[in-house]
Design a protein around this ligand. Sequence first.
Ligand SMILES: Cc1cc2nc3c(=O)[nH]c(=O)nc-3n(C[C@H](O)[C@H](O)[C@H](O)COP(=O)(O)OP(=O)(O)OC[C@H]3O[C@@H](n4cnc5c(N)ncnc54)[C@H](O)[C@@H]3O)c2cc1C
Length: 569
Amino acid sequence: MNISTHDVLLVGGGGAGLRAAIAAAESNESMNIGVVSKVYPMRSHTVSAEGGTAAVMRDDDNLDLHAYDTIRGSDFLADQDVVEAFVGEARDEVIQLEHWGCPWSRDPDGRVSVRAFGGMSTKRTLYAADKTGFHMLHALFQTSLKYNEITRYDEWFVTSLLVDDGQVKGVSALNLRSGVVHAIPAKSVIICTGGGGRVFPFTTNAAIKTGDGMALAYRAGCPLKDMEFVQYHPTGLPGTGILMTEASRGEGGYMINNKGDRYLSEYVPGKMELGPRDILSRSFVHEMRAGRTFEDAQGNYVHLDLRHLGEKVIDEKLPFVRELTRNYVGIDPVKEPIPVRPVVHYMMGGVHTDINGSTPIAGLYAAGEAACVSMNGANRLGSNSLSELLVFGARAGKSAAAFALEQDIPSVSVLEALAQDEQQKIESRFAKSGERTEKIATIRQEMQNTMEQGAGIFRKEEDLKKTCETIRELKERYQNVGLDDQSSVYNTEITTALELGYTLDVAETLAHSALLREESRGSHSRSDFEKRDDERYLKHSLAYQTDDDPRIDYLPVAMTRWEPEERKY
Ligand SMILES: Cc1cc2nc3c(=O)[nH]c(=O)nc-3n(C[C@H](O)[C@H](O)[C@H](O)COP(=O)(O)OP(=O)(O)OC[C@H]3O[C@@H](n4cnc5c(N)ncnc54)[C@H](O)[C@@H]3O)c2cc1C
């Protein structure tokens, strides 16, 4: 294929990437846009989102309430100007998505249905049964096909950002079909590569979620913000980590311990099953330590009981939950409770951006889960993320397009030479030789285990220090990975090895930021510092790459109208 120079280049064809591409295309008819994705866009993780997307839709709701819920949910670490922009624009975005073909579920009176979600004061989560992400991504994908100015590079894997003179000039990407690395020149680049849950052993995240874009930005000198905040979702299936959507509690499901009690009355009496995810996940650990969970070969679990909802509601509102439990645990939730336990789900941190998606590197933008625009702070509320990728995907697309209009065309020959270097580097880097005896799978497993042990639901100094050390050793051992498969066409061993490098970078920023945050806030829970400490830590962390361990710096939180208060539910 002929590679042209793009005005705006998206790395990622999920919800954020496609929304940004459409915004860029709409901003100016002459825009030339590229979308690079390591998988066919409809296979991006957005497709698997189930429960819904939040926006103020009803008379009993208002923007301030949505903003307050989000800020309280974030344990006061969200930037309040960002949250205000978010709640203000989310409604128009979801209405527009309907006009693009997204079939929101509806009430009998014809209005768009809304359901309850954790940490939200009222029902404000729109949904399309429990396959919301599939329908949203489909609507975005189909809409993107309308624009001739969008060129897609499906199954191209980005290996680095091409930075020249302090400014991003494109990316180098491996065409998986040919095995050749090319330069894709661009006046601006938007990172929309999603999260990195695969840093942990047990996650709802697809195998492709390896934090690639976070690592690419980090290596190019851009800081990663608030990386210590990792969300555990309280209801994953033991063994596989497959998500039982929060919508099952939104529709009225109960969490039950081995005494038959709805144990959340002890921890979040005001909200019960609709408490925020961080508190529910910690409650599970307390129950487990008190011997009140069930146990089998796959470990400890509690019950998510939907039986009282009845077959009709389950089939209408939660058909996917029934399908998944029948297929993966062989039980029917109409008749039996579902075994569940907390599972790594989402990264609040990511590439540091401002409210318009710009990063500190000229020409580089980010949006979606890969970015940290500082909307979710220390804990994201369920269903805010899909709306976030619409609002901030659109904002990043518009700002990158405006930036591109002011730029000269980058020098293609310089970039091609950089891409050729990259190809050689990759080939020699993983060539099989006597010393290259390390295995990808071994290093990955050790990384995931140390992350779970040191940087899991509860953390403390001693364990975090050990995790930091182990990650450093694993990074050294990673240099000795050799590949058995030296072929070029669809060589998944190469991409897996590159992904392992990305996850190791993400893991190092996460563990070091967590070690230095000596307080408990939102999802970051230190058993050696149990209280939130606004005096010392009401600030964002920024992790910068150095030749040694990452350097951690801090940034103030933007406050507008909400004073920090004790977070109670
Ligand atoms: C099971 C599950 C259920 C969820 N349910 C909900 C929900 O109900 N409501 C809600 O608000 N949120 C939900 N979330 C969270 C939400 O779905 C995600 O945060 C969001 O979809 C991320 O979108 P994204 O566009 O940022 O990234 P993704 O959809 O993950 O897309 C990333 C893109 O980047 C590309 N990419 C990555 N690396 C490279 C590379 N090196 N080179 C080229 N391309 C690359 C991929 O190919 C892909 O196209 C859920 C998440 C999961 C895992």
